[in-house]
Design a protein around this ligand. Structure first.
Ligand SMILES: *[C@@H]1O[C@H](CO)[C@@H](O)[C@H](O)[C@H]1NC(C)=O
Ligand SMILES: *[C@@H]1O[C@H](CO)[C@@H](O)[C@H](O)[C@H]1NC(C)=O
Ligand SMILES: *[C@@H]1O[C@H](CO)[C@@H](O)[C@H](O)[C@H]1NC(C)=O
Ligand SMILES: *[C@@H]1O[C@H](CO)[C@@H](O)[C@H](O)[C@H]1NC(C)=O
Ligand SMILES: *[C@@H]1O[C@H](CO)[C@@H](O)[C@H](O)[C@H]1NC(C)=O
Ligand SMILES: *[C@@H]1O[C@H](CO)[C@@H](O)[C@H](O)[C@H]1NC(C)=O
Ligand SMILES: *[C@@H]1O[C@H](CO)[C@@H](O)[C@H](O)[C@H]1NC(C)=O
Ligand SMILES: *[C@@H]1O[C@H](CO)[C@@H](O)[C@H](O)[C@H]1NC(C)=O
Ligand SMILES: *[C@@H]1O[C@H](CO)[C@@H](O)[C@H](O)[C@H]1NC(C)=O
Ligand SMILES: *[C@@H]1O[C@H](CO)[C@@H](O)[C@H](O)[C@H]1NC(C)=O
Ligand SMILES: [Cu+2]
Length: 578
């Protein structure tokens, strides 16, 4: 009997389910089976009790560990009762499995309450990645965690270390995401404001003396005891630091210890030393820290907000040393982070991130198409929105991947988004954005398969005088080369000549700095439809994103489990009945 690939796949799933350990070894690659139950529970990550989305009772959720080439299967059960769900595997390119990307509205219908959905994908590159909710603004309710992919047996990294730790940084609000979403989308606009706390690996501290009810905010709750890193003197620690903030750009620093940056979004970096690491939502970095300071002392590890004049206090964690490792705060005041409005320092660090000399992927020397994306804040029918080239993105009720692959017509705006804003040359990025209607549309960009595409993100003044924000842009399904960062307005004649085509880093998320531009290049060779958006939860919610289609005709038969919404409502049912 000959087995079809589908039968083999089903057999492998069966084997994976059958294995009590959850790991099945085939010839070389392994299958990792995870069963996750997602629900709301009261948690106090910053001492303040709040309904939090947990995975198997935890926030942050379990770390996914795998080796390059392995298959990961996550069987997600949505036990949220009244909310839909989707989970994105941030940095995993989903080659051959675009329906497992988890971008609700782009690659799948949401997982409805009570339903179970299997994400199945291959982790094809070593490195540090993350996962998080990708439905509405759910990510900031606590559904997130780390993915660590190790090298194949016998291969080594271009740096050495003794121990490995994952730390995800987040910001934390006490208001529910639904209250925030309602505020953002109402005519009487209510901004989400600055976060109540910052969290280091799910732990922070709100000032409970501002809350009268001790059962709501209790500083002795062990859930909000600080994160401790206990180091063996003389050893080198690899800290895999990721940011999944809802809003904040961050700086991370360790008192008395410099850090060497060695990895960014799964790519090796030509090492450079920093005393503080700037990190934007959606990015991951590995830094090496040598435990070479006085082991009788404790040291602060802190993260603080940059780019916004925030009132949120820094989050505090503690580094101590074996063998004494007193679990108490250092006597010194925590280090003060960098000035929030020092854009030049952030720009300089962004520019320092280059590919490691032994691991350079040379980009194609030219692009087939350049898309200049002007980022503006506008109003549409009285509501505040974010736009790209005057288009503020609305998601269709039928996901793009399904409607395009199955040729379902009339689902989204067919007129493509513009490659450059008409009148771009005369647009003054320093003047307060005109308070006029932009266009709300579900249009996207269709790319010629295998073509080389440049995206130049251009920042501008918001609707507030002398204000331009930092936007970390994240691309699904790809890594892009970061060809350059600039200040002011991008010059299409002069600036491309300054692109770094020698050793640009590849990333999946890159910041767009205030009043500046960021140039990216990628090859449209991963059949599917891929979201590209600002990773700030509220900006994305307010329309700051789009999607790219490439090689849709090459996408294999879609699993029926991704259907069930919009114009595909009947399709899931039909296959179940059949
Ligand atoms: C957050 O909750 C507080 C207290 O309920 C409320 O006053 C405030 O308006 C809410 N903020 C947002 C942005 O929804
Ligand atoms: C906490 O809040 C109280 C009351 O507003 C204030 O007096 C105190 O200084 C704050 N503590 C810290 C550590 O910020
Ligand atoms: C605060 O938390 C501690 C430790 O969990 C507990 O013993 C105490 O009863 C709590 N206080 C209140 C008022 O809930
Ligand atoms: C830490 O790194 C900064 C920035 O590279 C450098 O200026 C400083 O000298 C370093 N400090 C130590 C103690 O090595
Ligand atoms: C930042 O905010 C503080 C109040 O929180 C204000 O005093 C200060 O002027 C602001 N700085 C700038 C540059 O706007
Ligand atoms: C806003 O509109 C006015 C009048 O139409 C125009 O003069 C100005 O240049 C516009 N500003 C921007 C930033 O486009
Ligand atoms: C924006 O659109 C709304 C409704 O389409 C219209 O009432 C309003 O006048 C428009 N505003 C501007 C500034 O064009
Ligand atoms: C954006 O679109 C609106 C509505 O179509 C139009 O009035 C406005 O002039 C456009 N703005 C720019 C900067 O092109
Ligand atoms: C994609 O483009 C590259 C370079 O132009 C070429 O070598 C390769 O054969 C193309 N692949 C496909 C599948 O078209
Ligand atoms: C503009 O804003 C920056 C902070 O982003 C501030 O440092 C600067 O002083 C402001 N300039 C003017 C002219 O208000
Ligand atoms: Cu943004």
């Amino acid at each position: 009997m000959r087995l079809s690939s589908g039968m083999i796949a089903r057999l492998m799933v069966f084997l994976a389910v059958a294995a009590a350990s959850g790991v099945v070894t085939t010839d070389a690659a392994k299958i990792h089976m995870h069963r996750w139950d997602v629900r709301y529970e009261f948690k106090s990550p910053d001492c303040y009790k709040k309904l939090t989305i947990t995975i198997n009772g935890k926030s942050p959720g379990p770390t996914i560990l795998a080796q390059q080439g392995d298959t990961v299967i996550v069987e997600v059960t949505n036990s949220l009762d009244t909310e839909n769900l989707a989970i994105h595997w941030h940095g995993i390119r989903q080659i051959g499995s675009p329906w497992s990307d988890g971008a609700e509205g782009v690659t799948q219908c949401p997982i409805v309450p009570g339903d179970t959905f299997n994400y199945r994908f291959v982790v094809d590159r070593p490195g540090t990645y993350m996962y998080h909710a990708h439905y509405g603004m759910q990510r900031e309710a606590g559904l997130y965690g780390s993915i660590q992919v190790s090298l194949p047996d016998g291969e080594v990294e271009p740096f050495v270390y003794d121990y490995d730790r994952s730390i995800i940084l987040t910001d934390w609000y006490h208001n529910s995401t639904y209250e925030q979403a309602a505020g953002l989308s109402s005519v009487n606009f209510v901004w989400v404001g600055e976060p109540h706390s910052l969290l280091i690996q799910g732990r922070g501290r709100f000032n409970c003396s501002m809350v009268t009810d001790q059962s709501v905010c209790n500083v002795t709750n062990p859930e909000c005891s600080p994160y401790f890193l206990t180091a063996v003197p003389g050893k080198v620690y690899r800290l895999r630091i990721g940011s999944l903030t809802a809003l904040s750009a961050l700086s991370f620093q360790i008192e008395g210890h410099n850090m060497t940056v060695v990895e960014a979004d799964g790519h090796y970096v030509e090492p450079f030393e920093v005393s503080n690491l700037f990190i934007y939502s959606g990015e991951t970095y590995s830094v090496l820290v040598k435990a070479d300071q006085d082991p009788l002392k404790n040291y602060w590890m802190t993260t603080s907000i940059v780019s916004r004049n925030s009132t949120t206090p820094p989050a505090l964690a503690i580094l101590n040393y074996y063998p004494n490792h007193p679990r108490k705060p250092p006597p010194t005041p925590p280090p003060v982070g960098p000035a929030w409005n020092d854009v030049a320092a952030r720009l300089e660090q962004s520019r320092s991130v280059k590919a490691h000399h032994g691991y350079i992927h040379t980009p194609p020397p030219n692009s087939d198409r350049a898309i200049v994306m002007l980022n503006t804040q506008n109003k549409i029918n009285g509501r505040v929105r974010w736009s790209v080239n005057n288009v503020s993105h609305d998601f269709p009720t039928t996901p793009y991947l399904i409607s395009m692959r199955k040729n379902i017509k009339g689902v989204f705006d067919q007129k493509p988004s513009p490659d450059i804003l008409p009148g771009y040359n005369n647009y003054n990025i320093y003047s307060v954005a005109n308070n006029t209607n932009a266009t709300a549309a579900s249009s996207i960009y269709r790319l010629k398969f295998n073509s080389t595409v440049d995206v130049i993100l251009q920042n501008a003044n918001t609707m507030t005088k002398n204000n331009s924000e930092t936007h970390p842009w994240h691309l699904h399904g790809h890594d892009f080369w970061v060809l350059g960062y600039g200040t002011g307005k991008f010059d299409p004649d002069e600036d491309p000549q300054k692109y770094n085509l020698v050793n640009p880093i590849m990333k999946n998320t890159a910041p767009l700095h205030p009043f500046g531009w960021t140039a990216l290049r990628f090859v449209a060779n991963n059949p599917g439809v891929w979201a590209f958006h600002c990773h700030i939860e509220s900006h994305f919610y307010m329309g700051m994103g789009t999607a790219f289609e490439e090689g849709i005709e090459k996408v294999r038969k879609l699993p029926s489990k991704i259907m069930g919404c919009g114009r595909t409502r009947g399709r899931k049912l039909k296959t179940i009945v059949k």
